[in-house]
Ligand binder design. Structure first.
Ligand code: ADP
Ligand code: ASP
Ligand code: MG
Length: 413
């Protein structure tokens, strides 16, 4: 089987959904598993619902807005909207009744039970639309197949169970299912982390021993730089799994960092292609493929924090102190993107996704002198040469680190 993944941008409105059908006609979709994200920015909107709920504000209005957004798309897609409208109304009123009934104070649990509806709604619409246009397909609830632990918002895959479940899939057909979602052993919904649909596609490709996986994007493939921040990016025709892992790890957000591992394990060829020009070759990612063309690649991670710890009494920052700091960072779910240490200081460039850094620094303040720069940029240049740095904007440099192939610079705009 082939696995295709369609992200939020590829299904953001009625025209985009129509384009998916045209794309499938062009490139073929027999014996295919389609993984689809929530439409456009729906996940962000559902995140707001959860926040409003916990802030005890009017979350129902926001739910109605999200419902209206979907119904508007449906209006443009279907000759007869009765059935799909009814289904969507049930989805959205289920969110309201879930929240009204809910007693759990667990933010992450509530988050997963609410946010999953973006993918459930989008796949219902797309599956029904494809059937209407003559592209016969079967809708699957991925939560019946993809099993995780109960680490809500960052579910860890139970590979044995998941593989066993996917082995029951009959080949030869077209399936439409949700990215990003799974379920725990009590069948509560879990999610795999923001932008996790690429990862879902890779998990399914692994479990099905797929012949290939393609993710359809609003860019021609993997470029040597993010077009939002760098001008004239160049398409990478092919790269190795290792290169793709490095790029994603350093923050090339075109591929979710967890995506490569399942694919690499079974050497499943992986393509990143444009949903606007689907017959173009895009980027091929496979075993041992050299980076072609061989050029520097630029990655920008914004909204980072640079934190410098130094000992108060001039004592060394030894292994026990380092492990103390790292354990606390781990517990606070703060991700370290760069580290540099000297005898009496440790500098870390970190990402504070869950807003826990301030509290942690207050705790560590008793032991260390702490210098904290917020809102810094982390630039990574893979395969740098003497010219590559000139591409970066002129910003105040706070720290730099050079590895064999990789140069990283932390700056403040
Ligand atoms: P999806 O619709 O699948 O969620 P994303 O928005 O997550 O797609 O990924 C596509 C976006 O990734 C592009 O629009 C682009 O801005 C960004 N991007 C970041 N780095 C790169 C890169 N190196 N090459 C191509 N796109 C990149
Ligand atoms: N819809 C989810 C998100 O926006 C998952 C994904 O699109 O990959 O994060
Ligand atoms: Mg995305």
């Amino acid at each position: 089987m082939k696995v295709y993944k369609f992200g939020g941008a590829s299904v953001k409105d009625a025209d985009s959904v129509k384009n998916v059908a045209i794309l499938l006609e062009k490139v073929g979709c027999e014996d295919t598993f389609m993984v689809v994200s929530a439409m456009g920015k729906t996940t962000n909107a559902l995140e707001e619902v959860v926040q409003l709920y916990f802030d005890e504000q009017d979350y129902e209005k926001k739910i109605h807005e999200i419902e209206a957004f979907h119904l508007e798309i449906v209006k443009e897609l279907f000759d007869d909207q009765t059935k799909i409208n009814q289904e969507l109304k049930i989805f959205f009123s289920d969110i309201v009744s879930f929240l009204r009934r809910n007693k759990s104070p667990n933010y992450s649990y509530v988050y997963d039970q609410v946010v999953c509806n973006g993918e459930l709604a989008s796949t219902r619409i797309i599956s029904a639309y494809l059937n209407q246009t003559g592209i016969a397909n079967t809708w699957l609830d991925v939560r019946d197949y993809l099993k995780t632990d109960n680490n809500y918002r960052e579910g860890k895959v139970n590979w044995d169970e998941t593989e066993k479940n996917f082995r029951t899939i009959e080949s030869g057909k077209l399936y439409v299912t949700q990215g990003f979602l799974g379920s725990d052993e009590n069948h509560f919904t879990t999610t795999l982390g923001r932008e996790g649909s690429d990862y879902t596609a890779a998990i399914i490709a692994y479990c099905l021993d797929a012949q290939s996986m393609t993710i359809w994007k609003d860019v021609p493939g993997v470029l040597n730089a993010d077009p939002r921040y760098f001008s004239d990016p160049v398409l990478l025709n092919h790269i190795s799994y290792e290169e793709a892992i490095e790029l994603a790890y350093y923050g090339a957000s075109v591929i979710h960092p967890k995506t490569m591992q399942p694919l690499q394990n079974k050497e499943i060829p992986f393509f990143v292609k444009s949903f606007i020009n689907p017959t173009d070759s895009g980027t091929a990612i496979k075993k041992g493929a050299p980076l072609e063309p061989k050029i520097s690649c630029f990655i920008l991670k914004k909204d980072q924090h640079l934190v410098r710890f130094s000992s108060k009494d001039f004592s060394f920052i030894t292994e026990d102190k380092l492990s103390g700091i790292f354990n606390q960072l781990y517990d606070a779910k703060i991700k370290v993107n760069l580290m540099q240490n000297s005898a009496i200081s440790l500098s870390l460039c970190v990402e504070d996704k869950y807003g826990n850094l301030k509290e942690l620094l207050n705790k560590l303040d008793k032991m260390y002198n702490i210098q904290h720069d917020e809102q810094v940029n982390l630039y990574t240049i893979r395969h740098f040469d003497e010219h590559s740095e000139k591409v970066l904007p002129l910003e105040r440099e706070l720290l730099r680190q050079t590895l064999k192939e990789t140069l990283q610079i932390v700056t403040k705009a």
